[in-house]
Design a binder for this molecule. Structure first.
Ligand code: PGA
Length: 258
């Protein structure tokens, strides 16, 4: 069985490499005893090389990737970073389809290409799904189903166990205007549903896919989500920018793992 996983999404933070190194080191120095929890930090691209040798316990992830699968991962694509480049610099995970990127115009078809390109170079995609709003008729289940089906269209069955699915209800993310708290029950019912959609599409190969929760998760509710949210890990954003809070979440996960 895979370890539980805590993934910090730094988004467009902090302001310079010096601050990034300080934050990363402050986390790294407090987690030397962690054994049962996988820890990932996803900084902006340009801090990756400055952080990559600072801790053996923390893996690095990217927040985006170029979606076209092109020979050698190089070419005339101004402003883009390929999966090959990320792999070569030491990145292991890539967040794909985050709602903040979907809001910038990324479609399920774009995300599908990114997932395939990430998998083709041996990186692990962290695929974000989640509804913008909850409606009384429970239409949000269909929203997530469509996201999963379209984003994973054509992904080979043998690769499916590699992916991580992050359920991130957009209304619960800290950057959302009129944010509402999600509770572990919301997470649990959606995690069960996501597993069913995956198993319907990919058979038992999908039974080991890690499903995690993100959306304003912090050191106060992490235990509740891990114990009652039906998930294999957490994806904190804002809380990952505070070394004390992020470390606390990691320790809570460690203590709750068998
Ligand atoms: P948040 O971010 O914890 O600040 O809500 C999570 C995310 O958007 O990945």
């Amino acid at each position: 069985m895979s370890k539980k996983i805590i993934i910090g999404n730094w988004k467009m933070n902090p302001i310079n490499l010096k601050e990034a190194v300080k934050l990363f080191k402050n986390v790294a120095k407090s987690i030397s005893h962690i054994k049962k929890t996988e820890i990932v930090v996803c900084p902006p691209f340009l801090y990756v090389s400055g952080l990559k040798n600072l801790s053996k316990k923390i893996s690095l992830g990217a927040q985006n990737v170029f979606g076209e699968n092109i020979p050698n991962g190089t070419g005339a694509f101004t402003g883009e970073v390929s999966g090959e480049m990320l792999y070569n610099i030491g990145v292991k995970y890539v967040i794909v389809g985050h709602s903040e990127r979907r809001a910038m115009g990324e479609s399920n078809a774009d995300i599908n290409k990114k997932i395939k390109s990430v998998l083709s170079v041996g990186l692990i995609p962290i695929i974000c799904v989640g509804e913008n709003l909850r409606d009384e008729n429970h239409g949000y289940f269909n929203v997530v189903k469509t996201q999963l089906e379209e984003c994973l269209n054509g992904v080979k069955k043998v690769l499916i166990s590699k992916i991580i699915v992050a359920y991130e209800p957009v209304w619960a993310i800290s950057s959302t205007v009129n944010r509402h708290d999600a509770n572990p029950e919301d997470s649990r019912e959606m995690a069960i549903f996501i597993r069913k959609v995956l198993v319907d599409k990919f058979d038992s190969e999908a039974s080991s896919v890690r499903i995690i929760y993100g959306g304003s998760v912090n050191e106060k509710d992490a235990l509740d989500f891990l114990q009652n949210g039906g998930v294999d890990g957490l994806l904190p954003g804002r809380a990952s920018l505070d070394a004390i809070k992020f470390t606390e979440i990691i320790k809570i996960c460690e203590a709750s793992s068998k």
